[in-house]
Design a protein around this ligand. Structure first.
Ligand code: HEC
Length: 402
């Protein structure tokens, strides 16, 4: 019964996280597009930066942007911050429930680094904080004066960080850690830069002073970063369900390419929303980089790394018998009706690998999780040699030849 509550709470937190994320990303996309579409108008007050006319839901909207601020404080003001904060809070709750709660399965690979569960959690939290400090430092440094140079420096930093994470955590842990690190940067941009800046402007208005324009400029820069980071972060969150993306040797490089692809796609829409000719070349480059990502995940898979044993001197029957025995031996401590693994109340994802029939039924999934990637066993906690992964690959191929 208790496990039902556990699984339900995970589901509900996930639900909240997705909804909060949709609300945040939706408003972020909306405001960036609105900002880009603003046009000057003769009839606007002199503090106004531009206006846009929009039609939606049966009515017309006339949006006017005041930069730095209107002459006097409006009576009512809607702030956009809880979309971001609730996305982060629910995200960290989910991270704790799934990853920190079972760090030995989700974060640690003893072959990579021999750490305890508690150390893994602290390394993860430390990495998130340090990631923010360095990114924030880059933005405030002289590099921050040029958007393109800052973007390049940010890209190099993120790829480096994601490589460093692969030297600390399991494949799965490192990949998700990167998503959480970037997600936190985005929320911290709102909590530490954008909102405090806007509060200072409001204070100045209330005091009858002229607000300092630097807050608007800084806020705009961070908001643009968030806009460019949105697509890659969503990729990581979904990518955590695809073993050939997160559990291969070059996952950290794939992440670098995804950062560029995400930025290219945003660039296309941002340019279009500005009313400029749409840069269709971005789709071509993004597609080429996507092909490179596929090639990287193929090249970094275990079954493509051990060539010498791929010509197994075994008959098809021998391969089949060995593969089935191997799976039952290594996987059934968790994937059983009554798992022996401490802390597991039932077989993860309801997958049972206890009989030949069950193994055969799951052949495809076994291939993706254990031959085409290092996803299973989690963190290689029950050791599976690369040669054995190749054997599973050969077995999978031999089944298809029937
Ligand atoms: C130490 C426990 C453990 C062992 C051993 C283990 N698994 Fe898993 N397995 C898990 C957990 C936990 C999950 C759930 C992962 C998740 O949350 O996506 C899982 C999920 C899976 C899935 C479903 C993946 C999905 O996203 O739908 C497959 C398939 C799988 N394991 C295959 C294997 C195979 C094959 C082996 C042996 C080579 C193996 N597992 C060994 C714990 C284990």
């Amino acid at each position: 019964m208790l496990d039902y509550f556990w699984l339900w709470s995970e589901m509900i937190v996930r639900w909240v996280h997705v909804i909060a994320g949709v609300a945040w990303i939706g408003s972020s996309f909306y405001f960036i597009a609105l900002d880009l579409s603003l046009k000057p108008g003769k009839e606007l007050p002199k503090e106004a930066n531009g206006q846009a006319w929009q039609v939606h839901g049966g009515g017309f909207y006339n949006m006017v942007k005041y930069l730095v601020a209107p002459k006097k404080m409006p009576e009512e003001l809607t702030w956009f911050k809880w979309e971001a904060y609730s996305t982060w809070i629910s995200g960290m709750a989910l991270m704790s429930l799934v990853y920190y709660g079972s760090a030995s399965l989700y974060m640690i690979d003893l072959e990579v680094l021999d750490i305890t569960q508690l150390q893994a959690v602290f390394l993860s939290l430390g990495g998130i904080v340090i990631g923010w400090i360095i990114y924030d430092g880059l933005c405030r440094s002289p590099l921050g004066k040029n958007d393109l140079i800052l973007a390049l420096a940010g890209l190099v930093f993120l790829v480096l960080l994601s490589f460093i994470y692969t030297q600390v955590f399991s494949h799965r842990g490192a990949f998700m850690q990167m998503g959480v690190t970037i997600g936190t940067m985005m929320v911290a941009n709102v909590a530490m830069v954008i909102i405090p800046g806007q509060k200072k402007v409001v204070q100045a208005l209330k005091a009858g002073d002229d607000p300092n324009p630097i807050y608007g400029v800084r806020g705009k820069q961070r908001s643009l970063h968030n806009n460019y980071l949105t697509l890659p972060v969503i990729f990581v969150m979904i990518g955590g369900h695809y073993p050939i993306i997160f559990a291969t040797e070059y996952s950290w490089l794939i992440l670098g390419l995804i950062l560029i692809i995400g930025a290219l796609i945003r660039h296309f829409f941002n340019t279009k929303h500005k009313g400029l000719p749409a840069p269709y070349w971005t789709w071509l480059v993004a597609s080429l980089l996507a092909v490179c990502s596929v090639l990287l995940s193929y090249a970094g898979a275990p079954n493509n790394n051990v060539y010498e044993v791929s010509n197994l001197n075994m008959t098809k029957e021998e391969i089949h018998k060995t593969a089935v025995e191997l799976v039952i031996e290594r996987c059934s401590s968790c994937h059983a009706r009554e798992p022996l693994w401490e802390g597991l109340a039932f077989a993860p994802k309801g997958i049972h690998l206890e009989t030949e029939e069950e193994v055969l039924k799951m052949a495809n999934e076994i291939y993706w999780q254990s031959a085409a990637s290092w996803a299973m066993p989690p963190g290689n906690i029950i050791w599976l040699e690369d040669e054995e992964r190749v054997l599973l690959s050969e077995w999978h191929a031999s089944l298809k030849k029937n």
